[in-house]
Design a protein around this ligand. Structure first.
Ligand code: HEM
Length: 426
C-alpha cells in the first residue's frame, strides 16, 4: 500500500476522536503524500501551502461549484425539498469568474476597510451589551453567551434585518449548518431543508422591500450595486448572497473567538502580554487565523483531469484545499506548530483564503474580533478555564474549532457570594 493510500484509509475528518491528531496527519501528508484520496468520502486532499495556493488560483482546472455540497450526497427526499427552492447558482462562494466578478465587487465594496471603520461603534455596542449580561456572573459557557450570538447579531444588524427576526434567522442559519453535518438522520435533514427554503423566501421578501424602499443597510447597498454593475441578475438570482454572508460570517466568527480565548487561557504568559499590551490583540487574531483557521479546508471540483504535486486527479473530482495544513507548512512558516503572536511571517496565512475567493468580510471580521476581545479582557479579570467542564469540538468536515468553552473569572458579584470570602479575597 502506498503512503497516499494508507493516509486515505486512516484519515477521517468527521471522526472527532482524531481531532487532536489532525496536525500529525497533515505533517505526514505534506512529507509523504501531499495529495491523497479518501475513498470513504471520495475527496482528494491537497495539503502543501504551495499546492493549496495554486489550486485556489487555478480557475481553469478547479471550480468552486461544489463548495456547498455535503460530504455525502443528501438522501433523495432531502434533495427534492431543496430542489423546490431558488437556484444555488449564485451564492458567491460557489461561483467562478466571470460571473463571480461583478457579484464579488458589489459585496467587497460594502465590506471595504472604510465601511468597516464606520461600523465599529455599532459593533462595540453589541459586544458591550452581551458582555454586560454575563460580567457579574463570574462564570459562563462562552460560546452560548458571547461567541455564538455576537457575530450573528453583528452581521444581521449590518445586513439590516429587524431585531425581532434575529432568533428565527439564527435558527435558519443552524439549519444550514445541519445540512452539512455528519448526521444520518433523514428526518433531521428534511427539517433543515424545509427551514432552508423558508430562509430563502424570507431573503427574497427582504430584498424586494429594500428594492422598493432603500435604506442605508447592506441589503439596500447590494441591490443598488448589482444594478450599477449591470449584472443582468434578478433579485431571485441573488437571493442566496445574503444567506452566504450571514452563514460565512457567523460560524467562522464563533470558532475564531473561541480559539483566540483558548490560546490565551492555555498560556498565562501570553495572557499577561496581551492584557498588558492590548494593541497586540490584532496580532493574536491573525496568529489564531494561521494556527487554527476556522475554515480548515474548502471544496473545489476539477473541470478536467489535472496533475497536482505529481498526482493525477480525475475530472469531476472533489478536492479539499486544506488551508489548515497549508498554514502549518514548514516550507512557508517558521516553527509552524508554535503559536507565536510576534511571528513575522503570519501575513501569508490562508485563514481568509486568497485570490478570487478571498474573504470579503476579512477586515470586518478582524475588527469584530478585536473589539470583542478588548472588552472581554477588560470586563473579565483573571479569565481562566472552568475546572468542571471540558471543551467540546465541533463535528464538521471542513470547519474546525470548539463549540463549547466554559470559563471563570473574578467578578465582583461572584466573589461577594462566595462561601469562602477569605480565599476569594486572597
Ligand atoms: C473569522 C471570520 C471569518 C473567517 C475565518 C472567514 C474565512 C473565509 C475563507 C477562508 C474564505 C475563502 C473560501 C474559499 O477559498 O473559497 C471566505 C470567503 C467568504 N467569506 Fe469569510 N470569513 C470570516 C468572516 C466573514 C464575514 C464577517 C463575512 C461577511 C459578513 C464573510 C463572508 C464571506 C464570503 C461571502 C465569502 C465568499 C467569497 C467568494 O467566494 O468570493 N466572511 N471566508
Amino acid at each position: 500500500m502506498t503512503a497516499a493510500e494508507s493516509l486515505g484509509l486512516r484519515f477521517d475528518p468527521l471522526d472527532n476522536s482524531q481531532a487532536e491528531m489532525r496536525w500529525e496527519f497533515w505533517d505526514e501528508a505534506r512529507r509523504t503524500a501531499p495529495v491523497f484520496h479518501n475513498p470513504k468520502y471520495d475527496v482528494w486532499f491537497v495539503t502543501r501551502y504551495e499546492d493549496c495556493d495554486r489550486v485556489q488560483r487555478d480557475h481553469k482546472h478547479f471550480s468552486t461549484s461544489s463548495v456547498f455540497a455535503p460530504a455525502r450526497p443528501w438522501p433523495p427526499t432531502v434533495q427534492a425539498i431543496l430542489d423546490e427552492g431558488h437556484s444555488w447558482k449564485y451564492f458567491l462562494s460557489n461561483n467562478d469568474p466571470p460571473e463571480h466578478t461583478p457579484l464579488k465587487r458589489a459585496v467587497a465594496k460594502a465590506f471595504s476597510r472604510s465601511e468597516t471603520r464606520e461600523a465599529e461603534e455599532r459593533v462595540r455596542g453589541i459586544a458591550t451589551r452581551l458582555i454586560a449580561g454575563i460580567a457579574d456572573r463570574g462564570e459562563a459557557e462562552l460560546a452560548e453567551s458571547i461567541a455564538y450570538p455576537f457575530p450573528a447579531l453583528v452581521v444581521m444588524e449590518i445586513l439590516g434585518f429587524p431585531r425581532e427576526d434575529v432568533e428565527q434567522l439564527k435558527a435558519w442559519g443552524d439549519a444550514w449548518l445541519t445540512l452539512f453535518s455528519d448526521t444520518d438522520d433523514v428526518a433531521v435533514l428534511e427539517r433543515a431543508a424545509h427551514d432552508f427554503i423558508a430562509f430563502q423566501n424570507y431573503m427574497l421578501a427582504h430584498f424586494r422591500a429594500r428594492q422598493e424602499q432603500p435604506t442605508d443597510d447592506l441589503m439596500s447597498h447590494l441591490v443598488q450595486q448589482l444594478a450599477a454593475e449591470d449584472t443582468g441578475l434578478t433579485i431571485e438570482d441573488i437571493v442566496n448572497v445574503p444567506i452566504n454572508l450571514m452563514t460565512a460570517g457567523h460560524a467562522t466568527g464563533t470558532l475564531l473567538l473561541l480559539e483566540e480565548v483558548t490560546e490565551l487561557l492555555k498560556d498565562p504568559e501570553l495572557m499577561a502580554d496581551v492584557r498588558a499590551n492590548p494593541e497586540k490583540i490584532p496580532q493574536l487574531v491573525e496568529e489564531a487565523l494561521r494556527y487554527e483557521p476556522p475554515v480548515h479546508g474548502i471544496f473545489r471540483t476539477t473541470l478536467s483531469e489535472v496533475e497536482v504535486a505529481g498526482v493525477t486527479i480525475p475530472e469531476g473530482a472533489r478536492v479539499l484545499i486544506c488551508y489548515g495544513s497549508a498554514n502549518h507548512d514548514p516550507a512557508k512558516f517558521k516553527c509552524p506548530a508554535h503559536f507565536d503572536i510576534d511571528r513575522d511571517d503570519v501575513s501569508d496565512h490562508l485563514g481568509f483564503g486568497k485570490g478570487t475567493h478571498f474573504c470579503p468580510g476579512a477586515w470586518f471580521a478582524r475588527m469584530e474580533q478585536r473589539v470583542v476581545l478588548e472588552l472581554l479582557l477588560e470586563r473579565c479579570p483573571n479569565l481562566r478555564f472552568h475546572p468542571d467542564h471540558e471543551q467540546e469540538r465541533l463535528e464538521h468536515f471542513w470547519l474546525r474549532g470548539y463549540q463549547k468553552l466554559w470559563v471563570q473569572w473574578d467578578a465582583p458579584g461572584a466573589a461577594a457570594s462566595s462561601d469562602e470570602p477569605a480565599a476569594a479575597a486572597a
